[in-house]
Design a protein around this ligand. Structure first.
Ligand code: PXG
Length: 400
């Protein structure tokens, strides 16, 4: 198999796999740290990190060791029984998130669905909102996942056209607009669900102070601030969580992606005991959520982030990366933006599409993904070195 060419795998995948994606034409078969190798043995630096799920780098030794050791003992019990790993993982997660209780799930979308259920039930039980009236305010250009409830409040026609009817109760306001938030709050509002930076919208960063103001508004009106940190959390933006840039601690946080260390799907909702207490036996769950394999991987993933100080590293190297991007002499770039190692180059319309640039970068050994026509995202694993950043910059300079 290994001696087959990329076109063989692409054609095979194309024939038997639903066409929900338009991947960059590279077929990866091996990875280590920030590097991946294709089936023909060519090496690339990964500048996407599986949309920030590989913050710790591919196959981090600490995470792989935890995986191997646990796989040799116990992998799945379901929550019908206790297992000896769940408590320790949830304890660690609560400590890191400075919260009191967590609920383990698998994928990011499941964590968001879980947060929606908890917020609604909290609204009915603690705020006395009338039956089936609960509203959760969301933002335009949001990305929270692919379930029918979630795509129902997406403003991207590609994400939701053809998938209705949708769940009511999600008023949509513009992002980065605190006036609109105040206006949208009614007696039925239970929470505001928002991304600290809109990753999928093309790394849209709100103005300084936005999150802090949002925090104040939610507190003043007695509604829950629910931050989706599935992409921004776990050191990606230069802090353990993006809310820490403005000390805007949420009431509930959704996590996923790098919580599984790029190895297995691990997600969670983390919150206070008061809020989490609305979940009682039978009201929510998941067969694989909280499985012992996921728990040890999740705990090791957090350990790596902390021990290797990947928050500081992302902050420092992100600044360096943007500085070097700015130094490239080119008339093709409209904007360079980012926080930590979540970065984007916005190309001028006259320069051509981001897809063309992503494909040329691929040929030079840099895997970055285009989005929304003109944007290329750069989000390498946080274990990247300065030398490897130079390696990327040289190639970006070439294609620009
Ligand atoms: N919230 C945010 C902020 C995300 O970026 C999710 C929730 C959903 O996570 P799951 O694990 O359910 O995918 C994301 C995911 C894709 C895709 O292929 C998803 C994301 C980024 C790029 C592509 O659907 N982000």
């Amino acid at each position: 198999m290994a001696d087959k060419r990329a076109s063989y795998y692409i054609n095979l995948e194309d024939k038997y796999t639903a066409h929900g994606y338009h991947p960059i034409p590279v077929v990866i078969s091996r990875a280590k740290g920030v590097w991946v190798w294709d089936v023909e043995g060519k090496k690339y630096v990964d500048c996407l990190s599986a949309y920030s799920a590989v913050n710790q780098g591919h196959r981090h030794p600490t995470i792989m060791k935890a995986l191997r050791e646990q796989a040799a003992k116990l992998t799945l019990t379901s929550r019908a029984f206790h297992n000896d790993q769940l408590g320790a993982f949830m304890e660690k997660l609560c400590q890191v998130a400075r919260m009191e209780m967590a609920l383990p799930m698998n994928t990011g979308a499941e964590a968001v669905e879980t947060a929606i259920k908890i917020a609604r039930k909290w609204g009915y039980e603690k705020k006395g909102i009338g039956q089936d009236r609960a509203e959760i305010i969301v933002c335009s250009d949001n990305f929270h996942g692919r379930t029918t409830t979630i795509v129902g409040f997406s403003t991207d026609p590609l994400a939701n056209t053809g998938f209705g009817p949708f769940s009511p109760g999600f008023p949509i306001i513009p992002y980065d607009d605190t006036h609109a938030l105040k206006e949208a709050i009614t007696e039925n509002t239970v929470g505001f669900l928002v991304e600290p930076i809109q990753g999928e919208a093309g790394v849209k960063i709100p103005r300084d102070g936005y999150l802090r103001e949002v925090r104040e508004i939610c507190s003043d009106h007695g509604i829950l601030l629910i931050l989706d940190e599935i992409q921004t959390g776990l050191c990606r933006t230069g802090k353990m969580f993006a809310w820490m840039h403005e000390d805007a601690k949420p009431d509930m946080i959704t996590l996923g992606k790098a919580l599984g260390g790029g190895v297995v799907p691990v997600s969670a909702v983390v919150s206070s005991e008061e809020i989490m207490s609305v979940i009682t036996p039978g009201t929510h769950g998941s067969t694989f959520g909280g499985n012992p394999l996921a728990c040890v991987v999740g705990r090791a993933s957090l350990d790596v982030l902390i021990e290797e100080k990947l928050d500081e590293r992302a902050d420092r190297l992100g600044k360096l990366f943007r500085k070097k991007l700015h130094e490239i002499a080119t008339d093709k770039v409209a904007e360079i933006r980012g926080k930590g190692l979540l970065n984007a180059i916005e190309l001028k319309k006259s320069a051509g599409t981001a897809r063309e640039y992503a494909e040329r970068l691929m040929e030079l050994g840099v895997l970055a993904k285009d989005t929304h026509g003109q944007t290329i995202r750069f989000a390498p694993p946080l274990v990247i070195t300065e030398k490897e950043i130079d390696w990327i910059i040289k190639r970006v300079q070439k294609v620009l």
